[in-house]
Design a protein around this ligand. Structure first.
Ligand SMILES: [Zn+2]
Length: 389
């Protein structure tokens, strides 16, 4: 108990925690996820002010009305490699949370919406830039600090960032528990519709039941999901998977349903085609049609994001492991299950890793980040910026 009081007081004196408390106290709920929410503008302004005060050249670009990306640049005294630090400024909603913007520190944890996902990472990278600038700057190369909007919905910010910015390497400071993540899964969303024929419930000869037909699709999808789970396994990500997400159909109890619709999600592994889920679903529909010529169904892809894996020959993960080890961390090389903006940066040709503080409660009603992890993340990023560029 005594230890935690001492360490909490210690962390409070670290400027990265002051900055983090400011960031968590500012509402930046994604307005596409939660209609009417404030969006990223206020927190982006705080980040921009901090970067400017640190001496970085700051560019503010509205990606959508009132939703700015912030990019700060610190050039070294000689040419060299460029390192990008990237994080998202939006958060998911706050419903059910007692004090989403409280930013209280208790027992070495800082609580609030976005504390771990990912204002802890934002604070670490922004304060890293400040430490580097105030410590005399970079001998060579360039540091690019990017705070982007809308990762929690459709990554408008990261898409806009890579339209104009490049770097020789990037660290996305999403929460990894201070491990170095080099890969994550992708996802694909598929819509399936089955058709039947509406008829009075007493007339089985006239009616064709679209929901029962969807049942056949579901049982095939369940089998496919089982096959995926026992199929190819990525050494860091495990197996691909799928699950049914939303199902609808039917109008009233006394009628045969004319249509049913299903939306499902398939999580993908590096190397799988970007339309694999649609191809699998079309194959299922073909099989069902071959078994029963009356079967009517179709599928389309709604949205998808690519999985990500850094080129195994790239030296960035090893460089970051070394920097983290020099900064009181004991990093493992890992994969993350969830999708991130790293796939967008990687897809644009920027070798990218994920490295951010630990904590708990992402997207749930009690979220916190470990304050010492935020300090160690900042220290590792400072070390990397000096050694990589
Ligand atoms: Zn995140």
């Amino acid at each position: 108990m005594h230890d935690s009081i001492i360490s909490s007081a210690m962390f409070r004196n670290d400027p990265v925690i002051d900055l983090l408390r400011d960031l968590v106290a500012i509402d930046s709920v994604n307005p596409t996820l939660v209609p009417g929410a404030r969006g990223e503008a206020d927190v982006a302004r705080r980040v921009a002010d901090e970067l400017r005060a640190s001496g970085l050249a700051v560019e503010i670009t509205d990606v959508a009305p009132g939703r700015p990306n912030i990019v700060g640049v610190l050039d070294g005294r000689a040419s060299g490699r460029s390192l990008m630090l990237c994080g998202h400024t939006d958060t998911v909603g706050v419903s059910g949370m007692r004090e989403p913007f409280g930013a209280d520190v208790r027992d070495g944890k800082l609580f609030g919406r976005g504390s771990q996902d990912m204002k802890g990472g934002i604070a670490a990278m922004v304060n890293a830039a400040r430490q580097i600038a105030e410590g005399g700057g970079l001998d060579r190369g360039r540091l690019v600090v990017a705070a982007v909007v809308d990762e929690e919905h459709s990554s408008l910010g990261a898409d806009a960032l890579v339209a104009t910015w490049r770097a020789d390497g990037a660290v996305v400071t999403e929460p990894t528990g201070l491990d170095v993540a080099v890969a994550h899964k992708g996802f694909q969303w598929i819509a399936v519709e089955t058709r039947g024929r509406a008829a009075h419930g007493s007339r089985p000869k006239d009616g064709r039941d679209a929901i029962m037909r969807m049942g056949r699709v579901l049982s095939r999808l369940e089998r496919l999901g089982h096959t995926l789970q026992h199929g190819r396994s990525h050494d860091l990500l495990g197996a691909a998977s799928l699950h049914a997400s939303i199902i609808e159909g039917g109008e009233e109890l006394s009628s045969y349903p004319a249509r049913a619709s299903l939306q499902f999600e398939r999580r993908t592994l590096p190397g799988e085609p970007s339309d694999v889920a649609l191809q699998e679903t079309l194959a299922i529909i073909e099989e069902l049609r071959a078994e029963d010529p009356e079967f009517e169904g179709e599928a389309r892809m709604m949205f998808g994001r690519e999985p990500y894996e850094i080129d195994p020959a790239n030296g960035l993960p090893a460089a970051l492991m070394a920097s983290a080890t020099r900064s009181r961390c004991t990093p493992q090389r890992v994969g993350m299950t969830f999708w991130t903006d790293a796939a967008i940066l990687g897809g644009a040709g920027i070798p990218t890793v994920l490295f951010g503080p630990g904590g708990a409660g992402l997207h749930s009603i009690e979220e916190y980040v470990l304050v010492d992890d935020v300090c160690r993340c900042r220290d590792a990023v400072v070390d990397l910026a000096r050694s990589f560029t």
